[in-house]
Design a protein around this ligand. Structure first.
Ligand code: S3P
Length: 169
């Protein structure tokens, strides 16, 4: 079993929900990079974006990822944009096994609907799906290339995804 199991993928892929369940099944610590950023700045993600902009958020994201000690044993849910920065990928690879939780834009849109914690998806209906499609187009290659394994989660709930994960980590 890898020291850290690192969950990556688009917003709404289920990284936090699945990550918490997996951590409790494995009796591992659970870390969520978004939560670490919120603690660092004592602010919500939308507040950080609104007051300081995305670049500042990304800087904070990079700092929290870099600050995770190499001897950590945890399930880590990473913000959807974290692996865009190759330095973050390098840090995460040193920590453990990277798993990409995949889902179709329609599934992701359904899972993020009604949630206002994600400034990059602040729209409704078809506009959210369009934003997701355009961001995924830019990110898909990065997600697929930096992961050790991937799971298509469209057909699975969090519990089933955890069962599959336990078989591969
Ligand atoms: C982002 C994903 C979010 C959060 C921020 C930016 C992204 O995390 O880090 O809103 O760029 O994909 P989740 O993937 O946990 O929603």
């Amino acid at each position: 079993m890898a020291d850290c199991i690192i969950l990556i993928g688009f917003m709404g892929a289920g990284k936090s929900t699945v990550g918490k369940l997996l951590a409790s099944r494995l009796q591992y610590e659970f870390l969520d990079t978004d939560e670490l950023i919120k603690e660092k700045f004592k602010m919500s993600i939308p507040e950080i974006f609104e007051k300081f902009g995305e670049e500042y958020f990304r800087k904070g994201e990079k700092e929290v990822i870099k600050s995770i000690p190499l001897d950590t044993k945890a399930v880590i849910a990473c913000g959807g944009g974290s692996v865009i920065d190759p330095d973050n990928v390098e840090c995460l690879k040193k920590l453990g096994k990277i798993i990409y939780l995949k889902a179709k834009p329609e599934t992701l849109a359904m899972r993020v609907s009604g949630n206002h914690d994600r400034p990059l998806l602040e729209s409704d209906g078809q506009a959210v799906i369009d934003k997701i499609i355009s961001l995924i187009e830019k990110r898909e290659k990065i997600y697929s290339e930096c992961c050790d394994e991937s799971i298509d989660t469209d057909e699975y709930n969090a519990k089933k995804t955890v069962e599959i994960l336990i078989g591969i980590v």
